[in-house]
Design a protein around this ligand. Structure first.
Ligand code: ZN
Length: 85
């Protein structure tokens, strides 16, 4: 993440999650962002809107669970590979 990068965050003026530009950073943390829709500059809220949003991983797992559930839950588990590090 760098200055000027696009980031999704909740805009209290737009009352929704919009595309923002990073305007202030401390180390690797985004401090301030500016809404690309209304140009409102505010503290970065980490896109927390109060209600929990599913991450891509969680959404994927949810879909996967519903799919395997429809199949009777007998889908074979994917082989777990050991990660050598
Ligand atoms: Zn806005």
């Amino acid at each position: 993440m760098r200055l000027g990068d696009s980031v999704d965050d909740y805009c209290s003026r737009c009352k929704r999650t919009t595309d923002h530009a990073v305007v202030s950073m401390a180390a690797d943390d985004v401090q301030k962002v500016r809404c690309r829709t209304c140009s409102y500059e505010h503290k970065y809220r980490h896109n927390k809107t109060g209600k929990k949003e599913l991450t891509k991983e969680e959404a994927f797992q949810k879909v996967l669970a519903s799919v395997t559930g429809q199949l009777g839950g007998s889908a074979p588990e994917p082989a777990k590979k050991k990660r050598a590090k």
